[in-house]
Design a protein around this ligand. Structure first.
Ligand code: GDP
Length: 186
């Protein structure tokens, strides 16, 4: 880390969801305030970090990670290797963004599977936020805000719609998860 900056806490937050819902762009927006329109779907795992202040006082480094589509990953690593990769990926994660694309119904329909995988691998107190990304594409919307809200309430998840493209609610999503993690673990 540059300049020996002091960090009080380090929290790991993982991003999961179907391929192409925008996980890597949400993370790029959060960590570097960048967005790229032609990002390639990555297979494997990638981490980025950013340090934020909580309560104007505590410096928290967020280690955000996202993993590519599990079907692609199991092709690359084999079923056994895939299990090793996913369990390392989830290990120690205190927060998760469960991401779908508001224009792709299927990515929302797969959320219960992702949630099950998350709950099977992660810390039992993990703070989970359901994230409907690409809110800038309102004309192509295929998942209503009400449906998502209802699901989030039923499953006890936080919920926000984001646009990594327009930088809408990305900061808010991480801040909310981080504040909640901070309440639980500090
Ligand atoms: P990942 O596979 O979940 O990591 O998805 P990516 O981050 O690679 O994004 C997949 C595609 O969706 C890319 O072409 C992105 O440029 C695009 N994308 C990501 N976020 C947004 C968004 O908020 N709005 C729009 N319109 N496109 C987005």
């Amino acid at each position: 880390m540059a300049g020996g900056e002091k960090v009080d806490y380090v929290f790991k937050v993982v991003l999961i969801g179907d391929s192409a819902v925008g996980k890597s762009q949400i993370l790029a927006r959060f960590a570097r305030n960048e967005f790229s329109i032609d990002s390639k779907a990555t297979i494997g795992v990638e981490f980025q970090t950013r340090t934020l202040l909580i309560d104007h006082k505590y410096s928290c480094m967020v280690v955000g990670g996202w993993v590519g589509n599990w079907a692609d990953a199991s092709t690359k690593y084999g079923e056994c290797g895939y299990r090793a990769v996913t369990s390392a990926y989830y290990r120690g994660a205190l927060g998760a963004l469960l991401v779908y694309d508001i224009t792709k119904r299927q990515s929302f329909d797969h959320i219960p599977r992702w949630l099950e995988e998350l709950r099977g691998h992660a810390d039992k107190n993990i703070v989970i936020m359901l994230v409907g990304n690409k809110s800038d594409l309102e004309d192509e919307r295929a998942v209503s805000t009400e449906d998502a809200k209802e699901f989030a309430e039923k499953e006890n998840l936080f919920f926000l719609e984001t646009s990594a493209l327009q930088a809408t609610n990305v900061e808010n999503a991480f801040q909310t998860v981080l504040s909640e993690i901070f309440k639980i673990h500090s």
